[in-house]
Write a protein that binds this ligand. Sequence first.
Ligand code: SF4
Length: 317
Amino acid sequence: MRLGISSGSLDVLKRKYIKEDSPTTLYLMTLQKCLNNCAFCTQAKESHADALMLSRISWPPIEIEDLINLLKEYNPFKRLCFQVTNHLNWEKELINTIKLFEKFNLPISISAPFDNISHMEKFFELGVDRINISIDAVGKDLFKKIKNGDFEERLAFIKEASTKFPSQITSHIIVGLGENERELVYIIDNLSKWKVTVALFAYTPLNGTLLKNMNPPNYYKYRKIQLITFLLQKNLISFNELSFDGNDNLLITENILSIAEPFFEIIFKTTGCPNCNRPYYNESPRIVPYNFPRKLKDREIEEIKDLLRNGRERINL
Ligand code: SF4
């Protein structure tokens, strides 16, 4: 049986060494095309993208037996993540696959099309560490348009899952799909109260997808959302302390910046399950990362501070 492996993960296994921006999680993907049709996704039913792509990363197929042999020789990973498309029998297949990796004792994350708590329970009983239930597109109309789903239902399911499996739920959110910033951070505030870990992604235009002509978010918007997400997730601020302009765009005040100041080295690193760094999942290695997969350099921190100070309206609250 074969799985897709992210090209970065495969590179680590073949070269047998890690760089500062190598993946710290081993990323694997099922190879069957998805029955869902998310407008941004290369694996969507109607996408014309190369079937071995997920986001801008290629996932070459590998026999599970070969992968296991490579891992026995060299395993620097701190987590194993399965990206699972919605296809017939995915649950049964995944259970069998996970059992093959038990011997490596890695915490396992699954990102899969769960819609049933008792099905999730089976995976946690198997020893899975975390399950991602993606929101992706925040907002009732946006969720319908991009994912053809019911936003309120998805939120209610995440809330129920987070009550049943406290601190074991992750949720992917994509910034830049046209969401309202006030609503976005309001939802992130709710998720934080439910102890759901938010994994932020920057929208990435991809050939073959329905949204291929849409631009990625600007860095100012993305940095603002990263900063506020961090503070909400760490319970350092509440939604009521946030300020917005007349168009519901977030304003980063001096007060917010001073609360965030001690954490600037970590706020802009990749968020999500522990040790998930998703290198270059959203952008080319040649440009400034939206999510830093490695430690930030002092110069990068200063640039972000400048952007947050000067890219915003000057207010002192
Ligand atoms: S946050 Fe990372 S490890 Fe967790 S499900 Fe998403 S991609 Fe996988």
